[in-house]
Design a protein around this ligand. Structure first.
Ligand SMILES: NC(=O)c1ccc[n+]([C@@H]2O[C@H](COP(=O)([O-])OP(=O)(O)OC[C@H]3O[C@@H](n4cnc5c(N)ncnc54)[C@H](OP(=O)(O)O)[C@@H]3O)[C@@H](O)[C@H]2O)c1
Length: 292
């Protein structure tokens, strides 16, 4: 299937209509990564509810996503703060009223900024934990009745920051570690009801607001330390999302799918001279005199 007509350059290696009749509820759905997740699900037949705080951004994103498939139904739920369970409940009610149900939930809303420990106030720390972690809990809580009815599936958007120590990101690392724990415990508790819960941990994703604001090295410098030798794309996260919601993943729950080109595995080579990794390493691997 070729989606060039939607300005989506990739071929999506999934069958058209695999999500026909399904409804996804996406917090952070107007953001860079989650909007692409929404687009891919909608292309493949899903209807969607786009949830966010900023009215203009949320409504605009919903409108743009609605143009991706002719017969799609997309609802915008602006003025929804994931820290506030009542506002999420209103968004769920609106979604169910307009789209009939909720099958899939993406907990993608997140806050981030750069701050060292000395400049990270208690309130700032609390704010990020409240959006990322409490917000994910609130989102699942408010969608629970629908997920139960429809034997739904949940994806939490995590990160790889907490796999190793990352300076200036104490708040997000702590929040995302909590998100992983929440995801795994929910998988165990909700599995007997037929509800699957997984997390996706994106690495450094190019062309995102997060990357623009937070990256401390140039794309070229970062790329050399990533085994697959390129930055992540929003499409990479969207494809993992399609897989996890699809029948192909029907026996997968409680996992974290890391979408980072292998980057976090190289945390010990981040400090290595790039001449050694990957340049010399690649030369050695390509030599035609292997030792058997
Ligand atoms: N960018 C990366 O390289 C990267 C790497 C690892 C993980 N991630 C994760 O991927 C997800 C998306 O990241 P992104 O870079 O695409 O972020 P983004 O463009 O900044 O989008 C974040 C979204 O979250 C929403 N949001 C923030 N606070 C909210 C709140 N209190 N209530 C409701 N919605 C709220 C924002 O909408 P409003 O402004 O309307 O509130 C926005 O649409 C996040 O979970 C992030 O932690 C990103």
């Amino acid at each position: 299937m070729n989606f060039d007509m939607f300005n989506i350059k990739d071929k999506i290696p999934f069958k058209e209509d695999i999500f026909k009749g399904k409804v996804v509820f996406i917090t952070g759905g107007s953001g860079t990564i989650c909007k692409k997740q929404a687009e891919y699900l909608v292309i493949l037949g899903c209807n969607a509810s786009i949830v966010g705080r900023n009215p203009e951004k949320t409504v605009r994103a919903a409108l743009e996503i609605s143009k991706i498939r002719k017969d799609s139904k997309i609802v915008a739920c602006p003025n929804t703060d994931v820290r506030n369970i009542e506002s999420l409940e209103a968004a769920v009610n609106k979604t169910v009223k307009e789209l009939g149900k909720i099958d899939f939930v993406i907990c993608g809303a997140a806050g981030n900024f750069i701050a060292d420990f000395n400049h990270l106030s208690s309130n700032a720390f609390k704010s990020v934990v409240s959006i990322d972690l409490l917000g994910s809990f609130n989102t699942v809580k408010s969608c629970f009745q629908e997920l139960k009815k429809n034997k739904g599936s949940i994806i939490m958007v995590s990160s790889t920051l907490h796999y190793y120590g990352v300076p200036f990101q104490i708040h997000v690392s702590a929040a995302k570690a909590g998100v992983d724990a929440l995801s795994k415990s929910l998988a165990v508790e909700l599995g007997p009801l037929g509800i699957r819960v997984n997390a996706i941990a994106p690495g450094t994703i190019a062309a995102t607001e997060g990357f623009t604001r937070l990256a401390r090295a140039s794309p070229q410098e970062l790329t050399t330390k990533i085994p697959l030798q390129r930055l992540g794309r929003v499409q990479d996260v969207a494809l993992a999302t399609v897989f996890l919601f699809s029948e192909a993943a029907s026996y997968i729950t409680g996992t974290v799918v890391v979408v980072d080109g292998g980057a976090w595995q190289t945390s010990n080579v981040q400090v290595t001279n790039s001449n050694v990794y990957p340049v010399q390493l690649k030369q050695k691997l390509l030599e035609n005199n292997p030792k058997l």
